[in-house]
Design a protein around this ligand. Structure first.
Ligand code: MEZ
Length: 536
């Protein structure tokens, strides 16, 4: 239900062109066209939105301005003390983060006989995993192979992925699907029991496994149940505000903070796994986000301050189709699956302006170009947008398809009076994923001994752009991997005297670089205080 007369006028054009548009098979862009498009329109190329880091392992490299302020920020421990000799918690493996990667790690570490502690600043399962919709990739069909999966992801990521990590991702994908199925994930299946798979942007084979369009929620539900059923201790509403090392420079725990009372506690561990997720709630460049409330780059800050290197921190993913209208769902994810099952992107004049399954960076840049340089966007209260012509889906595949394949989308828009079976929807890129993050080796360890990382906090698995469905996959493959490796390592670790001396080192670097602003980090929660009310 679009009440704006300009929007309605534009919808009439989309409806008039629908039949002809459905017959189109828009060509893919050439490599040169893509490169020019990205350079001119992708937000990663806006030089004025990045600064060079002045301190730390990535000194001299560019990162988003908002992230630099946190990486170079002042520790929340400044002026505070904790008694490191009297830990409040002790475990073999401390896992920071209760999303898909953290829970997968917890299950495997528990399976390997380790005592595990999960701490999470919100509740277990409050994570981007829960919000992933369209599916998880795995090359497990006869016409496909991990090699094919590798080529798609390597090309889609601009040939920048760490080959050993990507190899692990694609070769362990089929087993990851089996593992999830055995734990109880209800993937969509054909009547004969075979998995239904679809295309995503940049895939050469149909390898997206889904649970309708709430794939992440179904996976997270299952992992969370497994963690709780195993009796793995989980401390909710408790953030990690600094890592702790031992006298030998190895990671050995974290300072925790109760999010409500602000009480500080010490968790001592033989190994630590960071699984703190992404950064969408930093709203880089003012973009809305599809991310959950806790996505504030905390893990990057903790590890960077302790000396871990980041890989590709200057590359972010803007999901091409964030909801652009109505305002209540501005930035919410409109899953790529909507395009996989047949909807095309159409401009204000009813014209198809691109192949709907280009890779995400290319699609996002193409939508931005349509709305800016070409002036073919639909005006919305928030800016401009293009149409995603959802009624095409049932025109192609028959009545009932939308409710069966993308019911969450149908429900999200129905709440606002829009029936996506009958009306197209307005979309614009939304901040969705950090392609960069902590550098790890294939065993999941960061640059710091006994500090492991898994999930969105890691960089390098996907290169400089990630394909749909490879993130749900990486949290499982690398979450499990980190759980196995960290628990195995814990068997051999003798923790020395605990210390926070790396904070003094960091403070010295700050002072030497003349950094005197008092922005505290990690940020922990998004900053939604109106500018005029700040400090009140
Ligand atoms: O991998 C993702 O980011 C994903 C599955 C998102 C989506 O469009 O549904």
């Amino acid at each position: 239900m679009y009440l704006d007369s300009k929007m309605n006028e534009s919808i009439r054009k989309v409806e008039a062109a629908r039949e002809a548009n459905m017959k189109l098979d828009p060509r893919r862009m050439t490599a040169e066209e893509k490169e020019n498009l990205l350079k001119t329109f992708h937000p990663d190329y806006r030089e004025d939105q990045f600064v060079s880091l002045r301190i730390g392992p990535n000194k001299g490299e560019k990162v988003p301005t908002e992230l630099a302020a946190l990486l170079e920020g002042k520790s929340r421990m400044d002026g505070l003390t904790v008694d490191l000799t009297k830990p409040d918690y002790e475990a073999d493996v401390l896992i920071i983060g209760g999303g898909g990667a953290g829970c997968s790690a917890a299950i495997e570490a528990n399976e390997n006989g380790a005592s595990v502690l999960v701490v999470t600043k919100l509740r277990v399962g409050d994570a981007n995993t829960m919000m992933a919709e369209g599916g998880i990739q795995a090359a497990d069909k006869p016409n496909d192979s991990p090699a094919q999966h590798f080529l798609d992801a390597f090309g889609g990521g601009h040939f920048a992925a760490q080959k050993d990590l990507l190899y692990k991702l694609v070769t362990e994908a089929p087993e990851a699907i089996q593992w999830l199925s055995k734990l109880g994930v209800e993937f969509d299946k054909a009547p004969d029991g075979t998995m239904i798979t679809t295309h995503g942007g940049g895939t050469s084979r149909k390898r997206m496994h889904a649970a309708k369009d709430y794939s992440g929620a179904e996976i997270m539900r299952t992992l969370r149940d497994e963690v709780l059923n195993r009796g793995i201790p989980v401390v909710d509403f408790t953030s990690a505000i600094e890592l702790i090392k031992d006298e030998n420079g190895r990671c050995a725990g974290a300072v925790l903070m109760n999010m409500e009372t602000k009480e500080l506690m010490v968790a001592k561990a033989k190994t630590v796994i960071l699984a703190t997720g992404g950064a969408g709630r930093l709203h880089y460049q003012g973009f809305p986000t599809s991310n959950h409330y806790g996505a504030t780059a905390d893990g990057l800050v903790l590890a960077y301050r302790a000396g871990a290197r980041l890989l590709y921190p200057d590359t972010l993913q803007y999901h091409p189709t964030g909801a652009a209208f109505p305002a209540q769902i501005y930035g919410a994810l409109v899953t790529e699956k909507v395009r996989s099952v047949g909807a095309m992107l159409v401009n204000a004049n009813g014209e198809v302006f691109m192949n709907p399954l280009e890779t995400r960076d290319v699609s996002a840049a193409s939508i931005i170009r349509e709305c800016t340089e070409r002036g073919n966007g639909v005006a919305t209260p928030e800016g401009y947008a293009v149409w995603l012509d959802t009624p095409m889906i049932e025109a192609k595949h028959g009545a009932g398809t939308i409710e069966k394949r993308i019911p969450a989308m149908m429900r999200m828009f129905a709440k606002h009076g829009i029936d996506i079976r009958k009306e197209p929807i307005l979309v614009y890129p939304t901040l969705h994923y950090q392609n960069g993050g902590l550098k790890i080796s294939a065993n999941g360890q960061t640059d710091i001994e006994n500090l492991y990382a898994a999930g969105e906090v890691v960089g390098g698995i996907h290169g400089r752009n990630r394909l749909m469905g490879n993130s749900l996959l990486d949290i499982i493959v690398f979450g499990r991997n980190a759980g196995k490796e960290a628990s195995e390592k814990a068997k051999t670790v003798q923790v020395g005297e605990l210390t926070l001396s790396h904070l003094s080192t960091y403070n010295t670097l700050r002072a030497e670089a003349g950094i005197d602003d008092d922005k505290m980090s990690p940020q922990l929660l998004p900053d939604y205080v109106r500018k005029e009310n700040r400090g009140k």
